[in-house]
Ligand binder design. Structure first.
Ligand SMILES: Cc1ncc(COP(=O)(O)O)c(C=O)c1O
Length: 371
C-alpha cells in the first residue's frame, strides 16, 4: 500500500453536509462518520514506510493545533497516561497541584500514588484557580521550591476554564517550577497557546473537543522540561517522555500504536485545520453563549461561579430533580447529555458542546429539553 493510499482524498469536510449530532456527552464526544470509516482501512506495520510517512504528516500538522513551534508526540493510551508520565519524567520530589474538580484532583492522586511530596492548592469545586494565590504559594512555599505545578485547563467535572495563561505567568515569575497543563477537554475548543503562554507541558485529549474516538493522547513539552527530565535517572519505559521525543525524531512511536486510530486522527486533523483554530474557538464560544442564555432564560443555575468553559456547560439540576433525571429525559427524546461527575453527580448535569457540534445541533437539543 502506498503512502497516498493511506491518505485518501477527504470526502466530506463541509459542515453543511454533516450528519445531525444528538450526542452531547462531554467526552468522548461525537465522532463523524468519515472519521469512523477511516478506521476501516487496512492496518499496516508501524515501522513500514507507509506508516512512517503518515506519522510524519501528522507530526507536521499537529503543532498548529497545540500552537507550538516545538514537536507534538503521539501516544497510545488514555490521557491519564500522559498525566502520569509527566510527573514520573519531571518531578524529583515536590509538586504543587492546583485542584478545583475531579480531574485536577486526579493529578494530585497520581502524584501521591507515585510517592511524590504533593501539596494541594485546593479551591472549592465550581471556582476557578486564582493566579495570585498560586503566585503567593510558589513564592512563599515553606518546604522549599516546587519542581512542578499541575493545572487542569478545562475542569470537565465542573465546566470551569481555569486562567492558565495567568497561572503560568505567575509560576514563571516567582519560581523555576515547570507548568504542567491538562488541556484534555479544552484542546480544539478553547484557545490553548502552548508557546505564547510559556507552558512546559500540555497533555491534549483527542476524544473531547477534537472529536476523535478515545485511545490516543497528544503531548508537547519545553526544553526546560527536557533538562529536568534528563536529571532524573528513572523515568520508566512507557512513561518516559524523552523516549517519545527520541522515537519521534527517528520517525515513529515508542511501541505499536493504535494504527486505526491514527487513520482517524489523520482524517479529523484535516477537518480541524480546514476550519482553522481561531474559527473553531469562536464556534465553541458561540455554543457556550447560546447555552448560557438558554439556561438563564429558563431559570437554570450555572454550576461554576465564574469562568464557564466553551466546551462544556455544567448546570444545577432543576429543584427537586437529580441530574440523572435530566439525562434520562433527554435520552427519551433521543439526545445524550452528560450526568454530573464525582461529588457533583446528584446535583448537576452537563451539556458537552464540543468537537463537531454546530449551532443547529445545539438548538435542536435545547428545543427538545424545553419539551
Ligand atoms: C480534564 C480531563 N483530564 C483528564 C481526563 C482523563 O482522560 P482519560 O480518561 O482519557 O484518561 C479527562 C477525562 O474525562 C478530563 O476531562
Amino acid at each position: 500500500m502506498s503512502p497516498a493510499s493511506l491518505r485518501p482524498a477527504s470526502p466530506r469536510l463541509d459542515p453543511a453536509s454533516r450528519e445531525e449530532i444528538r450526542y452531547f456527552h462531554p467526552g468522548p464526544s461525537y465522532v463523524l462518520e468519515d472519521v469512523r470509516s477511516a478506521m476501516t482501512r487496512p492496518v499496516v506495520a508501524h515501522r513500514s514506510g507507509e506508516f512512517m510517512a503518515l506519522y510524519r504528516s501528522l507530526a507536521d500538522r499537529l503543532p498548529a493545533v497545540l500552537r507550538t513551534s516545538g514537536e507534538v508526540y503521539l501516544a497510545t493510551g488514555s490521557a491519564t497516561l500522559m498525566m502520569e508520565s509527566a510527573v514520573i519524567s519531571t518531578v524529583d520530589r515536590r509538586i504543587l497541584c492546583l485542584t478545583n474538580g475531579a480531574f485536577s484532583e486526579r493529578w494530585l492522586e497520581i502524584c501521591r500514588a507515585l510517592g511524590k511530596e504533593a501539596t494541594p492548592l485546593a479551591v472549592p469545586w465550581g471556582e476557578a484557580i486564582d493566579p495570585d494565590r498560586v503566585r503567593q504559594m510558589v513564592r512563599d512555599s515553606p518546604g522549599g521550591p516546587f519542581d512542578a505545578v499541575t493545572v487542569v485547563h478545562c475542569e470537565t467535572s465542573t465546566g470551569v476554564l481555569n486562567p492558565v495563561a495567568e497561572i503560568a505567568r505567575a509560576v514563571r515569575e516567582e519560581s523555576a517550577a515547570l507548568v504542567l497543563v491538562d488541556a484534555v477537554s479544552s484542546l480544539g475548543g478553547a484557545a490553548v497557546e502552548t508557546e505564547a503562554w510559556g507552558l512546559d507541558l500540555v497533555v491534549g485529549g483527542v476524544h473531547k473537543a477534537l472529536a476523535m474516538p478515545p485511545g490516543l493522547v497528544l503531548v508537547t513539552f519545553s526544553e526546560r522540561l527536557v533538562r529536568a527530565a534528563e536529571r532524573l535517572p528513572h523515568r520508566g519505559y512507557y512513561t518516559d517522555l524523552l523516549r517519545y521525543r527520541d522515537k519521534h525524531r527517528s520517525g515513529g512511536t515508542i511501541t505499536t500504536p493504535a494504527v486505526s486510530l491514527v487513520y482517524a486522527l489523520d482524517r479529523q486533523l484535516d477537518r480541524v485545520l480546514a476550519e482553522g483554530m481561531e474559527p473553531r474557538w469562536r464556534r465553541h464560544l458561540a455554543l457556550r453563549q447560546r447555552t448560557l442564555e438558554w439556561a438563564q432564560a429558563r431559570g437554570l443555575a450555572l454550576a461554576p461561579r465564574s469562568h464557564p468553559s466553551p466546551t462544556v456547560t455544567c448546570l444545577r439540576s432543576p429543584a427537586g430533580r437529580c441530574g440523572s433525571a435530566m439525562v434520562e429525559r433527554a435520552a427519551a427524546r433521543g439526545f445524550v447529555l452528560g450526568a454530573g461527575y464525582g461529588a457533583w453527580k446528584q446535583d448537576t448535569f452537563r451539556i458537552g458542546h464540543m468537537g463537531e457540534v454546530q449551532p443547529a445541533d445545539l438548538n435542536r437539543l435545547l428545543r427538545a429539553l424545553e419539551e
